[in-house]
Design a protein around this ligand. Structure first.
Ligand code: FMN
Length: 192
């Protein structure tokens, strides 16, 4: 049996909070004082300026175990912020999928992030190196089959290096300690 639970988490603590996800709206969180923080230039890897205190995440359970974790991610591309979801398998390291639902990139160039062929390249890729560092990135050109970093690399989109850098940056940010890392570490402890 599979079922999906929607929950609100406190990003800094990495903990689930008792807030109803029904009325949650990211845009609203980012407008209300006290519900977001401004990021310093140094920490703002994804160029989003502000980060919400609470995030709405989805967990898909299969036979009472976490099968997929679906996390909202965003970061600046070339023309605006790319908004999407990164789905991660129950090992909290393997990518199940990456999908953007809103962006302003150019059709045929940056907007190729929506191309099903490109999206398919993400499945099975790994996020974290053994030392915990976020290593997943979009490279320029094609990933070599025999590359040591094959599992951490995704082919770049030609003519869209700036958009691709935006995707790399948003993964680095949201999978790091200012993003979902604390939550993931907590889940690992619970879900043994
Ligand atoms: C009208 C116009 C729209 C563009 N749109 C994008 C875009 O959506 N994403 C992007 O990365 N580059 C876009 N570019 C190209 C960038 O300026 C840059 O040349 C490109 O990202 C470099 O990629 P490449 O190294 O693969 O050639 C656009 C360029 C022009 C003139």
């Amino acid at each position: 049996m599979s079922n999906i639970k929607t929950m609100i988490i406190d990003l800094d603590k990495g903990e689930i909070v008792d807030i109803s996800p029904d009325s949650y709206e990211l845009a609203k969180e980012l407008r209300e004082e006290g519900k977001y923080k401004f990021l310093s230039a140094e920490n703002d890897i994804a160029s989003i300026k502000k980060r919400e205190k609470f995030s709405k995440v989805y967990i898909e359970y299969k036979d009472d175990k976490i099968n997929t974790l679906i996390l909202p991610v965003r970061g600046y591309g070339l023309w605006g912020i790319l908004y999407g979801y990164l789905a991660i398998e129950g090992d909290f390291n393997t990518v199940a999928g990456l999908e953007f639902y809103e962006h302003k990139e150019t059709p045929g160039l940056g907007a190729e992030i929506d191309n099903p062929k490109w999206k398919a390249l993400w499945k099975g890729k790994k996020i974290y190196q053994e030392d915990g560092q976020v290593s997943l990135k979009v490279i320029k050109g094609s990933v070599l089959e025999n590359s040591d970093d094959f599992v951490y690399e995704v082919d770049g989109l030609s003519g869209a290096t700036l958009t691709c850098n935006g995707v790399t940056n948003l993964i680095a940010y949201w999978m790091g300690s200012d993003g979902f890392l604390n939550f993931i570490n907590n889940l690992k402890e619970i879900d043994v």
